[in-house]
Design a protein around this ligand. Structure first.
Ligand SMILES: [Zn+2]
Length: 237
């Protein structure tokens, strides 16, 4: 793609996508390790059996570890819209950040500029709907917190990457609490039967990052209502 230098850093950790499987998810992660170098080393270690297609350093450098035609190993046990082999149908980007375990911090502007350019290129090469630009915690809400509540999803959406609903659904349209599980299922979340609070936290990390509580409070239901309206709008138009 133009303008974005990419350094090849081949990983052995990949295999073939299933025959005929199209790429229809872009999955974003943070590395959750003490340094970008450590994350790159791990993703290139055959014994670790993990990888991603790309890794973006905090200074904006971009590394490609796996070709987009191959299945990289980044999602683990996951689910979205009922599908379970998320690696088979996704391109994965690891974004360097120490994460909640080692000192979670904001993603620098240079890094986000590279993530934006990289994601725009990926979306130009594959038919990935806006509603399927996802975070790891969206597809693995019981296990994962990345890229987390400091990640600039609205900034990406402003660049045409993923969805960010208008903040205020009319008060009349706010979902009642007992409609939340079905609404989250409709959005695509899985594992709601296992741990509904964890799924609500995943939704909040993505769409209501100011308070990740696991409680379907009024503002959370308002954001969920607004997202459902946007999804319907996207599907019909
Ligand atoms: Zn991840």
């Amino acid at each position: 793609m133009t303008g974005l230098p990419i350094t090849e850093r081949p990983s052995p950790n990949h295999d073939a996508r299933p025959a005929g499987q199209a790429v229809d998810i872009l999955l974003l992660h943070y590395t959750g390790m003490e340094s970008g170098a450590a994350a790159l080393a791990r993703m290139c270690n055959p014994e670790a059996k993990v990888s991603a297609h790309y890794c973006v350093e905090e200074d904006g450098r971009v590394f490609q570890l796996v070709g987009e035609d191959r299945r990289a190993w980044h999602a683990g046990l996951a689910r979205w819209q009922g599908a379970e082999d998320i690696n088979a149908r996704s391109v994965g980007i690891e974004i360097v950040n120490p994460g909640h375990e080692f000192g979670y911090r904001p993603f620098p502007a240079a890094q986000m500029a590279s993530v934006t350019a990289l994601a725009q290129g990926i979306l130009a090469r594959h038919a990935i709907p806006a509603a399927r630009v996802l975070g790891h915690s969206d597809v693995a809400p019981l296990r994962k917190e990345d890229p987390g509540e400091l990640f600039d999803w609205p900034g990406l959406a402003a660049e045409g990457i993923g969805l960010w609903p208008a903040p205020d659904a009319p008060a009349d349209d706010i979902l009642p609490a007992d409609a939340v599980p079905a609404a989250l299922t409709e959005v695509g979340y899985g594992f709601i039967d296992k741990d509904p609070a964890a799924v609500i936290r995943a939704f909040q990390r993505r769409y209501r990052p100011a308070a990740v509580t696991g409680e379907a409070d009024t503002e959370t239901r308002q954001r969920l209502s607004a997202l459902l309206a946007l999804l319907k709008e996207n599907a019909s138009g």
